[in-house]
Design a protein. Structure first.
Length: 471
């Protein structure tokens, strides 16, 4: 059994922090009003939403709760501890059972009293993924009372990371949302030290602090990391760096430092980083590094996994770092190496976050050339008498024929206009299969940054259409 499952809290006293939330939940059980409303737990991943919901369900179904906590000795508690479910408690994964058919099955079971004579509790994990029809089907059961009783047929516990997606009609039937707040790294490191001591795992306190910071204080992620690091030996900084690829932190900082100065170096470092980490991880770590440097710029102490001596020079870029954060944090849903290289090139030539992309597009799209037709002779000029012929006997050369007027070329942009000096360069580059940094015009001509942005904007059109919301 993995460490995160073995050490999942079974009682409220094992839950880190959340004192106010636990006090309220206990009071609902002690006062006997536990079934008179539904419950909503929200917070980040791995913070303990589902764990608190399971403890609450055991306390509500317990035959002899002790000061609002489950006794863990009655039949109901023992069944839930052993099997994780019972005839009175069902945990529904809303990510895979989000339709109305599942809710109809629940409503059908509510037509009969529960097997033990008590009410039923349903816990919906990832509740924000329930469909609208499914949520509509829950409105009446969560509001109706059992005839002749003040309690309800159904007790619902909703756990979600996105409470804003829950319908207001459902939220109105719940107690005020219980927000499971993350704990500081020191608290997480203390819990990790307790578990390592029980498991006989050698560790360094600084290494546990480092793991807590890297996993953003998610206990589940931290325990999984500790379990993997312990396979290498003692949990120390060297093994943490090897297991979590912290050796790439220097490359990420080098990339941010070289942006705007040396594009080939930036792209080469990015390719090397993507040999060890996925593009998605590179986006995430680059955003974290840029934000850490900006926090140093503001005078805030930063996490220990970023070298402070490296962040100080990078912090001199100031608010430019925010454009880096905006670009890397708003990565596509499924980023590819080419997407990361394009984003780095845009940032190198002054393109910031999403707000700067329309400016580049406007630079690329220009009006078609307008060619003036020859002006017609005025009436006054036509009325004048013809000039006398020259007195010289030498024959005058025949007048050259006036060039025929060229019709205006209707082109969407200068790259499609055959008369544009950029057309030949665009056609030549389209036949080459080279990286961005290897594209060079013929001769000694050096492509200015403005022209590069114009060319790059066209290739980014499809990328921008695929780019979704951040994350």
């Amino acid at each position: 059994m993995s460490l995160d499952i073995r050490y999942r809290p079974k009682v409220y006293s094992d839950v880190l922090g959340q004192d106010a939330t636990i006090t309220i939940l206990k009071q609902f059980v002690v006062s006997g009003r536990g079934f008179q409303q539904s419950y909503l737990f929200c917070g980040g991943r791995g913070q303990g939403k589902t764990t608190c919901g399971r403890i609450l369900a055991r306390a509500l179904l317990c035959e002899a709760p002790v000061r609002g906590e489950p006794c863990d000795h009655c039949t109901s508690c023992l069944t839930l501890l052993r099997d994780g479910s019972s005839v009175d408690f069902i945990e529904v994964d809303a990510a895979t059972n989000s339709g109305k058919a599942e809710i109809d099955r629940i409503k059908e079971s509510l037509q009969y009293n529960s097997f033990s004579g008590r009410q039923c509790i349903y816990l919906f994990d990832e509740a924000h993924q329930l469909t609208e029809k499914a949520l509509d089907g829950l409105l009446k059961p969560t509001e109706d009372n059992i005839p002749g009783s003040e309690n309800k047929w159904l007790g619902c516990i909703f756990c979600t990371t996105e409470p804003e997606k829950m319908r207001a009609t459902v939220l109105s039937r719940c107690a005020p949302a219980f927000v499971i707040e993350p704990q500081p790294p020191e608290v997480i490191a203390g819990r990790l030290a307790e578990i390592c001591t029980k498991e006989g795992i050698e560790f360094e306190p600084e290494a546990l602090q480092l793991v807590a910071e890297i996993t953003e204080c998610h206990v589940r992620d931290a325990l999984k990391a500790i379990e993997g690091i312990s396979m290498l030996g003692k949990v120390d900084r060297a093994h943490v760096s090897a297991y979590l690829h912290l050796d790439l932190n220097s490359a990420y900082l080098d990339i941010l430092s070289a942006l705007g100065q040396d594009l080939p170096k930036v792209l080469d470092l990015a390719r090397q980083a993507m040999q060890k980490a996925s593009p998605s991880v590179c986006y995430e770590r680059l955003a974290d590094a840029a934000m850490s440097a900006f926090r140093v710029h503001l005078g805030v102490r930063e996490a220990s996994h970023w070298p402070q001596e490296r962040l100080q020079p990078l912090a001199t870029k100031g608010v430019v770092l925010l454009s880096y954060v905006d670009r890397f944090a708003s990565r596509p849903g499924r980023p590819t190496p080419a997407m990361l290289l394009c984003d780095l090139a845009v940032l190198h030539y002054g393109g910031g976050g999403n707000t700067s992309i329309p400016v580049v597009v406007q630079m690329a799209v220009v009006a078609p050339p307008v060619i003036q037709a020859p002006a017609a002779p005025s009436p006054a000029a036509s009325a004048m008498p013809p000039a006398p012929p020259p007195s010289s006997t030498v024959a005058a050369p025949a007048p050259a024929l006036a060039p025929a007027p060229v019709p205006p070329v209707k082109a969407k942009c200068m790259m499609d206009d055959p008369t544009s000096p950029y057309y030949a360069k665009t056609v030549a580059r389209s036949k080459e299969s080279q990286g961005i940094e290897n594209v060079r015009p013929a001769g000694n001509y050096q492509l200015p940054a403005e022209e590069f942005c114009k060319l790059l904007a066209l290739s980014l059109a499809e990328l921008r259409s695929q780019r979704g919301s951040p994350g």
